[in-house]
Write a protein that binds this ligand. Structure first.
Ligand code: FES
Length: 114
């Protein structure tokens, strides 16, 4: 049996970069990342998706893709998102984390780095 066919502890694990840099330097925190993270956590919980076999929402430090910030990444797929507001987060939660369908319009361009 291949490793990829075995279920993970979480069905989806989403990490939000919440990194803050002083002096107005580019960082996800300056684009509302903390509020988006809290909103995502609340939505996942409200929909009953949180926990083992479901969804885990975690804070992360810099993911080194700052130029596209704010960013979040969903595993095990390794799908990277950028978002603007809470409506974007709602769409990621219901479409991807709940329904398993990637939100194409919010994908981070593959060449975005630091
Ligand atoms: S500050 Fe968010 S990816 Fe670097």
């Amino acid at each position: 049996m291949s490793q990829s066919s075995s279920p993970g502890y979480y069905r989806h694990h989403i990490f939000f970069c919440l990194n803050h840099r002083d002096g107005g330097q580019v960082c996800c925190a300056q684009h509302g990342a903390e509020q988006a993270f809290e909103h995502c956590k609340a939505r996942v919980k409200a929909l009953g998706l949180a926990g083992p076999g479901g969804v885990r929402v975690n804070r992360a430090g810099c993911l080194d893709r700052c130029a596209g910030g704010p960013v979040a990444v969903v595993y095990p797929e390794g799908v990277w998102y950028t978002y603007v507001d809470q409506a974007d987060i709602d769409e990621i939660v219901t479409s991807h984390l709940q329904g398993g369908v990637v939100v194409q319009r919010l994908l981070l361009a593959p060449d975005v780095g630091r």
